[in-house]
Design a protein around this ligand. Structure first.
Ligand SMILES: Nc1ncnc2c1ncn2[C@@H]1O[C@H](COP(=O)(O)OP(=O)(O)OP(=O)(O)O)[C@@H](O)[C@H]1O
Length: 230
């Protein structure tokens, strides 16, 4: 039977006192690739933030990778984030250190000690995104697409159950977006569950997966036809 990895029932999500999403119902099984689409301001990022513990789930029920979002405690958030890999539109690499040291920083912060295991893990994730020869480079020496590959490698470090990608191609040109999407597709094909917020309908047409639309404070399943996702 399919294993539910993310579930929200009648969830309400607020940004401060503003109700952004009034009734969110969503269930994602292990191994799925799901797009989250919707107009600017429709609440996609707010939903993502709730899923990684940056915004509280005010009402309704929610669970993700075995954590209950309803009474998520501050001290549980680092443990939740080890089971979720997060990829942002603006990469969020540390600009004062190399690719290798960006990844080292995350491993050290999550308790890794053994130097050989650390090196092997960094090489493994960089190889998955085709960046194994650029581990010595500084982020500003990389193109946007390369920086996003490193950010995806970083998201894979702790072998997460779920990857949340919030507009990962938002800062990339169309050809580079397809390259990065191919990396995400390979990761998905290897068994990972991915939820990706995007505005990029060309990508959705090229890589068709289950699509959810955020509109009027709720989520709707989209039937994969060009006319319905615009
Ligand atoms: N930090 C914040 N404080 C208060 N309100 C916010 C904050 N961030 C977002 N909002 C509001 O919450 C609503 C949803 O924004 P959100 O960023 O989740 O939408 P989005 O669908 O991700 O948009 P985009 O596609 O532009 O990223 C908007 O009305 C926005 O103004």
């Amino acid at each position: 039977m399919a294993e539910v990895i993310l579930s929200l029932q009648n969830a309400q999500i607020f940004q401060r006192e503003n109700l952004v999403l009034s009734d969110v119902n969503l269930s994602i099984n292990r191994g799925e690739f799901v797009y989250l689409i919707g107009k600017t301001g429709s609440g996609k990022s707010s939903l993502m933030k709730t899923l990684y513990g940056d915004l509280p789930l005010e009402n309704g029920k929610g669970s993700i990778v075995g954590f209950n979002l309803n009474n998520l405690k501050e001290k549980e958030i680092p443990f939740l984030r080890r089971k979720i890999g997060i990829v942002f539109q603006d990469f969020k690499l540390l600009n004062d250190r190399s690719v290798f040291d960006n990844l080292l920083f995350v491993l050290r912060a999550t308790g890794w000690k053994d130097k050989t295991k650390i090196k092997d893990k960094i090489n493994e994730v960089l190889a998955k995104v085709g960046m194994e020869t650029k581990d010595f480079k500084m982020p500003f020496q990389l193109s946007g697409g390369e920086q996003q590959r490193v950010a995806i490698a970083r998201a894979l470090l702790n072998n997460p159950d779920l990857i949340l990608a919030d507009e990962p191609s938002g800062n990339l040109d169309p050809a580079t977006s397809v390259d990065v999407m191919n990396v995400l597709k390979e990761i998905h094909d290897s068994g990972k569950t991915i939820l990706m917020a995007t505005h990029d309908y060309a990508l959705i047409l090229k890589f068709p997966y289950r699509t959810i639309k955020c509109e009027g404070g709720e989520l709707f399943e989209v039937v994969q036809q060009k006319s319905t996702i615009n």
